[in-house]
Unconditional design. Structure first.
Length: 302
């Protein structure tokens, strides 16, 4: 009996052609995997049922509320949605272009400011003080207020070379605002690298600049990718703030249609487009965060 139990508990080895051996899972291991699969199916079924129930309750409460007919007509009018969607989609392309142009500029600006804040030579104190002042001031000003200040203030100076395009001025304001946040993200990533990394690089004969370029920055950038993507998801949404300057982007198109027909459904069309772009970015950010956590775990690889 004990011999039978031992054979069931141990993985079995069977002979193969050519004298080799193949590993075969034991009955206990197979039974354990079957229980895990059943538990997974049961957990998924419970989660799906509870989700459907919660959604059904929320929908029932909203639909049976006294003001639902008026809300349905004002916010969920299918005719207004289809009528405004082409113009809103055309304006949304301007939001996407502002985002695609501003993003690399913000990355470069943020990295330069972060590096300037890390300068310790007394000769570069004015540059370091300027970087500190920039991050403090532009993180303290609300983004929409900064859009107003840049969009209406710069053209009022009447300086030669100042662009007069509202989209360009709005994008410049977003660069100034988000550059300060991204600079702090980069600085946090650089400071998170252990000093032993710099010491090891210097012991190999690298200069301070080479140590920063080849050892510190690659590790820091890899660590801050998830928070950077979060900032860029917020940047994509905040491109709608440019509407206060008048360019025909998605929110401005929705405002025009809403004012013409006294219906707010065009705003719903704008929200759908922004959600369709930001949700995949958020899920990709979560994926990168989980992968980074696995790498930092013992035995998780490099």
């Amino acid at each position: 009996m004990a011999d039978l139990v031992g054979r069931r508990a141990r993985p079995e080895v069977t002979a193969q052609a050519g004298g080799g051996a193949a590993w075969v899972k034991s009955e206990r291991q197979l039974d354990r995997e079957r229980r895990r699969r059943r538990a997974g199916v049961r957990s998924g079924s419970v989660a799906a049922a509870s989700t459907v129930l919660c959604v059904a309750v929320v929908v029932a409460v909203v639909v049976t509320s006294p003001g639902w007919p008026r809300v349905h007509e004002t916010f969920f009018n299918w005719g207004e949605f289809t009528g405004a969607f082409p113009d809103v989609l055309r304006g949304f392309w301007l939001n996407v272009r502002i985002f695609l142009i501003a993003e690399p500029v913000i990355l470069v600006l943020g990295l330069l400011v972060a590096l300037a804040r890390g300068l310790r030579n007394p000769l570069f104190f004015p540059l370091r003080a300027l970087a500190v002042a920039y991050t403090d001031v532009f993180r303290g000003i609300p983004t929409i207020l900064l859009v107003y200040l840049v969009g209406f203030g710069l053209p009022a100076l009447r300086l030669q070379g100042i662009p007069d395009s509202p989209a360009v001025l709005g994008g410049f304001a977003l660069v100034l605002s988000y550059g300060a946040y991204v600079a702090e993200v980069f600085r946090a990533g650089i400071d998170s690298i252990h000093p032993s990394q710099r010491a090891a690089a210097r012991s190999l004969g690298l200069s301070k600049t080479q140590s920063l370029r080849f050892v510190v920055l690659p590790q820091a950038v890899r660590r801050v990718v998830p928070p950077l993507l979060n900032d860029f998801a917020s940047l994509q949404k905040d491109t709608a703030l440019v509407a206060v300057l008048g360019p025909l982007e998605a929110l401005r198109q929705a405002q025009i249609h809403s004012a013409a027909n006294f219906n707010y459904t065009p705003y719903l069309a704008t929200a759908v487009l922004f959600v369709a772009l930001t949700v995949p970015m958020a899920r990709f950010t979560d994926h990168l965060a989980v992968r980074a956590e696995r790498r930092r775990a013992p035995g998780g690889g490099t």
